[in-house]
Structures are given as C-alpha cells and as structure tokens.
Write a protein that binds this ligand. Structure first.
Ligand SMILES: [Zn+2]
Ligand SMILES: [Zn+2]
Length: 512
C-alpha cells in the first residue's frame, strides 16, 4: 500500500555501489529509516529485484526477493545468484542491477559479480563405504544440502571478513560435492572414534589417485553412513548430549590440516533449497531424541540443530585455515548463533558456554591441529548479560586475530594479487624465535611480521595476540612482552604470521 504521506530511506549496510562479489549466495542487510517517525507505515515488506542485462550477453535474467521488516526497521535478503551466474571460467565482471523497493521509496545499486580465480580451492566430498546401500534419492538430497550449505558458509566468511574491514574475501569451492569411496565398510566406520575417522580419511584422501597429488586443495568431507541408535536412547531414557553422542556411530565434527570431517546424521535439519533457509533457521519444532540425534546446544529444536551443526562447519573449516580457539566468536562460544546472521527480530538466546578439549593422539599425517569442542552443562543464569550482549552486537563473528589470519591465507587471497609462491625451504628457515633475546625474527625483507599469537598447547586457545605491523613501519623483529614470555614457559606455543602470508608455529614444547 503506497501512501503519499510516507517518507522513508532505504539503507543497505553491507554492500556498496560497484562492489565486487565472488560468491553465489549473497546476504544483503539493511534498514528502513522512517523520516517521519510519528507516522506508522503499513508496508511490512521490502522487495528486491535483481537484474542482469547486457548487450554482450546472450540470456538476460532477473530474480525477485522479499524480506519482512523487523520492529526496528531491519531487513535481510538472501539472494541465490547460483542459477544465473557462471561459477567458473575466464575472469570477467558481470554488472548486476539491484532495485530495492519499500512503500514509496526506491534504491538502486549496481554490483559486479566476478568468477573466482583462486587456484587454492575447497573440495566437498561425500564419503561412501564399500558396502553402503543408501538410496540414490537420499544421496542426491545429501549432495544438494551439502552444496547449498557450503555456498552459505562461503557467503558467511565473505560477510564476516567484510565486517572486519578485509573486503568481501572468502574461499572458493572446487565445483560441487563429489563421492569419495572409502576402503572401509560401514561396520568398520562405526567402530572408529572421531579422531581415528579423521586420521583414516585424511590418509585415504591423500593417498587416492583422484586427490592425492593436489596440494592446492583442502577438503570438507561428510561421512555418509553415520548411524544413530535411536532404540538404545529410547531404552536408556537418558537424553543427555553425552549419551546421544555415545549412540552416534561414524560421526565426527573435526577440522585441521587439510580436512574438516563431519557425519551426515544431522543433515536432516539442513535445507535442500535456498528458499527454505530462513524457515529452517527459524524452526522451533522439537526434535524427538528417540527418533533423531539432537546437537543444538540444548535448544532441542530443528532450527537449533541446523544452527549448531552448520556453525560447527564454519568453526571446523576455520581450523583448516590455521585458526586457533578464542573465548568468543565463531572460534569459541559463538558458533551456535549462526542463525542470527540470517534472521531478524532475534530473541535473546542463552546457551551454555563451551569448553575446548583436545584429545592427544599420535599423528602420522601432518596436520596443523585438531582441537575440538565438548559441551558443558548449563551453568549459572547469565541471561541478562547475554541479553545486553546480543542486543548490542552479534555473537557470531571472527575476532580480529582470526580475521587477520584468514585475510592472509592463500585460500582467501585472489591469485591475481598473490603471485608470490614461497618454496618450503624458505618458509622453514624464515621465521625464528630467539630465546636469548626473547624475540620473533623474520629473516627476509618481504616477509614483515603481521600477527603473533600465544596459544595453549592443549586446546590451541589464544591467550594473547599482537599485531606488530599495525603501524606503517614494517617489522621484522618483535620483542615478546613479559606476559608472553611467562606463558611460553608453561605449555604455550607461538603462532606467527607474516604479511606475505607465511604462517608457522614456533616454540612448541618438544623443540623449544
Ligand atoms: Zn510508507
Ligand atoms: Zn575447535
């Protein structure tokens, strides 16, 4: 309904005119400002019309999207460009016209979609056992869910790095999910714990003819035969997370090195189609633990399971890109809250904090780290604290040290700007810790120090971090503050990053 009395302004908060987008799911966040606040407008939706129309291209296309307006005027629109834009191919920019319309106000923005050109890619795999008999239709549904939701994770990374002032930078997917046939039988997979599953599949992938030679690929893999013993749970009457986890076989949520590994059991809570994403996050339907496993950090809803298990994918993929743990944000207590990135009018959620735990196993495959989470019981009620925290900020974000690491990672940089390739020998000798002088040294002028983290050995929890080159002068030698020197004496190590993107662990207890 259009009223002549209305006066509004449409504001888009996370996209500017001329911005380049290299991913196919685009979350647009904005506000409707009421310029005559005394008058209440009856219009409840904003409409977006996206159009691509160029004389150079054969098929023009357009898409329509709507969003509700929240109580304070916020809107969020999720656009799927994937059907329309080329996802691979030569470097070129396609102009997209975005036409927003609310009541009697309009806003026009033009952005540029560009095919990603990074050579470092993330490959999705569906792990299938030699004797696995999942119906074809069920496998197809899994593939669709994995493909859609990894594009969503890709978009989340882009949006988060943009918010951290590093531009709309994200990883690139190497096409769609592919089947990986393991030598193991389902029965063998069900016998193995999370760590052993990770170890086995990492080795199998690295030794396979299809993927073995690929040093520019990291993998996100889903185990197809994850099995939930619902009958055992029903018989026990124990619906705690620990018991649910015990009765979930062939399951993992573990990332590090070149592999993030998950079980497929929770895909039941994931949407298959983009149009359903919002409704799935918002679902308050209760999960019946005598039928399906529940991992929702005690929300016990389909929406909660979707948020926790997708948030875990963002978190574990973060480990494969060298991120350690932080108290807050995606790499800490914040990863359950990914739903809030997409929904409006969010109620306060008070979920139990998580503690980080690492299991110590000898590693044969070279990996950076494989920390993981376990859950704590609900502790003291901090609802008010959470209320204020969530009202003023979004708990789902990368802390600055994490954003710095991602922004300098080869998987996030566009190859047109990261032509430098460093040989392993250079990387090996470049960064050093001088125990006499208590300083970190970079041996070459083009590798100025960019970030130094002090992490705990057991949980890879970042205790202190420093950004030595924040000022304009380039720094090749960084003297550790006293707090860091003391921490290194008791079960901490250093994670050092250069501006050129070289990352290394120093002072690990066994060699320092
Ligand atoms: Zn109006
Ligand atoms: Zn972790």
């Amino acid at each position: 309904m259009i009223s002549d009395d209305c006066e509004h302004r449409i504001e888009v908060n996370n996209l500017k005119h001329g911005e380049i987008v290299q991913h196919t799911l685009l979350l647009i966040k904005g506000h409707i400002r009421q310029l005559r606040p005394l008058k209440k407008c009856v219009e409840q939706q904003i409409h977006l019309h996206v159009k691509y129309n160029s004389s150079l291209e054969s098929t023009p296309w357009e898409l329509e999207q709507q969003s509700q307006i929240s109580r304070n005027g916020q809107f969020k629109l999720l656009c799927d460009l994937g059907q329309h834009v080329p996802v691979t191919g030569n470097y070129r920019k396609l102009p997209l016209q975005l036409h927003f319309c609310y009541c009697n106000s309009v806003l026009h923005i033009e952005i540029l979609y560009e095919c990603p050109t990074n050579n470092y890619l993330l490959q999705a795999l569906y792990i299938k056992c030699s004797n696995q008999h999942t119906k074809d239709e069920e496998v197809r549904a899994c593939f669709d869910k994995i493909n859609l939701n990894l594009r969503l994770v890709q978009s989340v990374y882009a949006d988060q790095l943009r918010a951290a002032a590093y531009g709309r930078s994200t990883f690139t997917l190497n096409g769609d999910c592919k089947v990986f046939e393991t030598q193991l039988t389902c029965e063998e997979v069900w016998q193995l714990n999370e760590e052993s599953l990770w170890q086995n599949f990492a080795e199998e992938i690295l030794n396979s003819s299809a993927w073995g030679g690929e040093d520019k690929l990291k993998f996100v893999a889903f185990i197809g035969c994850t099995k939930y013993d619902a009958a055992a749970i029903a018989a026990s009457g124990d619906f705690s997370y620990a018991n649910i986890r015990r009765n979930l076989k062939g399951h993992a949520a573990l990332g590090g090195g070149g592999l993030a590994l998950f079980g497929a059991a929770y895909l039941y809570a994931w949407p298959r189609y983009c149009k359903d994403i919002n409704a799935y996050f918002g679902s308050t339907e209760k999960v019946d633990p005598t039928q399906l496993p529940d991992d929702s950090n005690y929300r016990c809803t389909y929406g909660g399971v979707y948020a926790t298990t997708l948030g875990a994918v963002v978190h574990e993929i973060g480990h494969t890109f060298d991120l350690g743990h932080t108290i807050d944000g995606v790499m800490g207590n914040g990863f359950d809250y990914i739903n809030r990135v997409f929904t409006i009018d969010n109620l306060t959620e008070h979920l139990p904090d998580r503690v980080i735990e690492r299991t110590a196993h000898a590693l044969n495959v070279q990996v950076a780290e494989r920390p993981r989470f376990t859950q704590l019981k609900r502790s003291t009620n901090k609802f008010l604290e959470k209320y204020h925290e969530q009202k003023t900020s979004d708990p789902f974000y990368f802390t600055r040290n994490c954003a710095i690491i991602l922004a300098h990672n080869k998987w996030f940089k566009n190859c047109r700007t990261n032509g430098d390739v460093f040989d392993l020998a250079t990387v090996e000798t470049l960064l050093k810790y001088d125990p006499a002088d208590k300083c970190v040294i970079s041996g070459e002028s083009k590798h100025a120090l960019c970030l130094i983290e002090v992490r705990t050995v057991d949980k890879s929890l970042v205790k202190y971090w420093y950004e030595p080159s924040k000022s304009d002068s380039l720094i090749y030698k960084f003297h550790l503050p006293q707090e860091a020197i003391e921490a290194l004496e008791k079960d901490h190590y250093l994670f050092v990053l250069t501006r050129s993107g070289v990352a290394k662990r120093l002072c690990e207890p066994r060699n320092c």
